[in-house]
Design a protein around this ligand. Structure first.
Ligand code: PCA
Length: 157
C-alpha cells in the first residue's frame, strides 16, 4: 500500500478521477484533503492543457489536493498513466491535513486538521523553460473559468 497526493485531473470531479476506481487498475481509497506545506507552481501547460506541479519549492502557492491510499497495482497503473519518469516523476511531498475522513488502523486516531503527513506526488522537473512563469494556481479545475479546459486522452489529435 502507498499514499498518493493528487492535485490535478485525478481529483474528485476531474476528468481522470474515474480511472482510480476502475477495478482493473487496482484499488484506491480516499483518506484526506490536504495542502502542500511548501509552495509550488501548479501550472496548466501545453496544447492539451495538462496540469503540472513543477518541482520548484518556494514558488507559487501551497497546492490543494486529495490523499488516496492505493495498492501496488494502482500505483503501477498511475506511474504508467502519468508517464513516469519522463513526463512526471513520482516524488515525496510534505502535506498539511485539512480534513481526514479515511479509515485509520485499529485503535489509531484520525490525524487532526493541521497535522503533517507525507505522500507520493506526480511532479516534474522536465518542464519547458517558460512554464515557471505561467500563471500558477492553488487549486486545479479542468473546467475552471481560466478557459484552459483539459484535453482528455480520447480527445487529442
Ligand atoms: N494527474 C495527476 C498529476 C497531474 C494530473 O493531471 C494528479 O491529478 O495529481
Amino acid at each position: 500500500m502507498a499514499r498518493v497526493f493528487v492535485y490535478g485531473t485525478l481529483k474528485k470531479g476531474q476528468p481522470n478521477y474515474y480511472r482510480m476506481f476502475e477495478s482493473a487498475n487496482g484499488t484506491a481509497e480516499f483518506l484526506a484533503s490536504a495542502y502542500t506545506t511548501q509552495k509550488y507552481p501548479l501550472v496548466i501547460a501545453g496544447k492539451y492543457n495538462i496540469p503540472f506541479l513543477l518541482n520548484i519549492p518556494g514558488q507559487g502557492h501551497r497546492v490543494q489536493g486529495e490523499i488516496y491510499k492505493v495498492d501496488d497495482k494502482m500505483l503501477k497503473f498511475l506511474d504508467d498513466f502519468e508517464g513516469v519518469p519522463t513526463m512526471y516523476q513520482r516524488t515525496q511531498v510534505d502535506l498539511e491535513v485539512k480534513e481526514w475522513v479515511g479509515k485509520t488502523g485499529e485503535g489509531e486516531e484520525r490525524p487532526a486538521a493541521g497535522s503533517i503527513t507525507e505522500a507520493f506526488v506526480y511532479s516534474t522537473t522536465a518542464y519547458q523553460p517558460d512554464w515557471p512563469s505561467l500563471p500558477s494556481y492553488e487549486s486545479y479545475d479542468a473546467y475552471g473559468d481560466y478557459g484552459l479546459e483539459y484535453a482528455t486522452r480520447e480527445g487529442r489529435d
